[in-house]
Design a protein around this ligand. Structure first.
Ligand code: SAM
Length: 323
């Protein structure tokens, strides 16, 4: 089992398979960004599998494929199949859904258990304003394909922004309930210039408003082992999660680390602590030594982020680290 200096058990790996994306969400990837990782630096599928196998041997049971947009990585279902063969408890995917119509059945077949879809608005114009292009039709077709392929429970992740998509929170909640999806509202984090320039919306008052509107009750059981705190409708069928890294951080229960496409292991989303695994993999490190490097890396995991105290600190934006 992997435990850090603060007694936290690390049992969750978020694996970025690409830093590229077909959208340019205003809070994430700057529109004119050119500094993508060069392909020679991308971990190969075999290298990724080795790292995940090392984590699995150390007790990590859950892996999420993310990016950039993970479905832009060629043959992603093939990678998913090779990772699910490691016998993980949960192999999930975060996606913007633009490619899901094409890939949902293959992902299910490859052993992906469920997907989280980023969706910030139901409204075509508002969504295009946030994502930088009109992908509404593809996104909704993708979401319905994931539902049909039973990549469930399907969570919709909505970054809530003051004056941008606040008005869409209730329609999003109703849409989610209608389709048995779980809506999760997320506070924007100051990651990179794009994150810092985002109109922050405190989710505390939003939660109060939704509690009134849908007669929500707090979920007693912890769902999913992640940072979201869930509330449910009186019939227990509708759920809304709140992810509040800014107004109420959850670092004390952080259970995750992140591997970027270039093989860098990041110990915290909001700090710089990291270890480069790619050179070690390419120098032929043994499985045992790789596990030892990971154990030592976990020792570096910082206690908490400093998004509030030092918002300018993290210059990498979310799609570089893997959200
Ligand atoms: N392309 C995939 C997707 O759209 O879900 C995976 C990568 S994306 C970077 C993962 C998540 O990070 C998305 O839900 C996105 O909304 C979130 N995200 C990106 N930048 C963020 C920021 N500055 N603050 C909060 N969430 C952010």
């Amino acid at each position: 089992m992997l435990q850090d200096r603060f007694g936290r058990t690390i049992d969750y790996l978020r694996l970025s398979v690409t830093d590229r994306c077909d959208l340019r969400c205003s809070y994430c990837l700057p529109a004119r960004f050119k500094g993508f990782e060069e392909p020679a630096h991308w971990l190969s599928f075999a290298e990724i599998r080795r790292v995940v196998a090392a984590f699995a041997a150390l007790g990590v049971r859950r892996v999420r494929l993310t990016g950039g947009e993970p479905l832009l990585r060629k043959d992603l279902p093939q990678l998913a199949a090779s990772l699910s063969a490691l016998g993980l408890d949960d192999l999930s995917l975060s996606t913007n859904a633009t490619q899901l119509l094409r890939f949902a059945p293959a992902l299910k077949q490859a052993g992906v258990t469920r997907v989280n879809v980023s969706l910030d608005s139901l409204d075509r114009a508002c969504l295009a304003g946030i994502t930088g292009r009109d992908a509404h039709t593809a996104i909704f077709a993708g979401i319905m394909a994931a539902k049909a392929a039973e990549l469930t429970p399907l969570k919709l992740n909505m970054v809530a922004m003051r004056g941008v998509n606040e008005q869409d929170i209730i329609p999003m909640a109703e849409f989610a309930m209608q389709h048995s999806f779980i809506l999760r509202l997320i506070e924007a984090m100051p990651m990179g210039e794009s994150g810092r320039n985002t109109a922050f919306l405190d989710l505390g008052p939003v939660r109060e408003m939704l509690v009134q509107r849908f007669a929500l009750q707090p979920e007693v059981i912890e769902l999913g082992g992640g940072p979201a705190r869930y509330w449910k409708t009186p019939d227990g069928l509708g759920r809304i999660g709140f992810i509040t890294p800014m107004s109420q951080h959850f670092c004390a229960s952080c259970n995750r680390v992140r591997l970027t496409v270039d093989g860098t292991l990041h110990l915290c989303l909001g700090q710089e602590h990291s270890v480069a695994l790619r050179p070690l993999l390419r120098q032929g490190i043994s499985d045992e030594a790789l596990q030892q490097v990971i154990r030592e890396a976990i020792e570096l995991k910082p206690e908490r982020h400093e998004f509030n105290e030092a918002p300018q600190k993290i210059i990498r934006f979310m799609s570089q680290t893997g959200g």
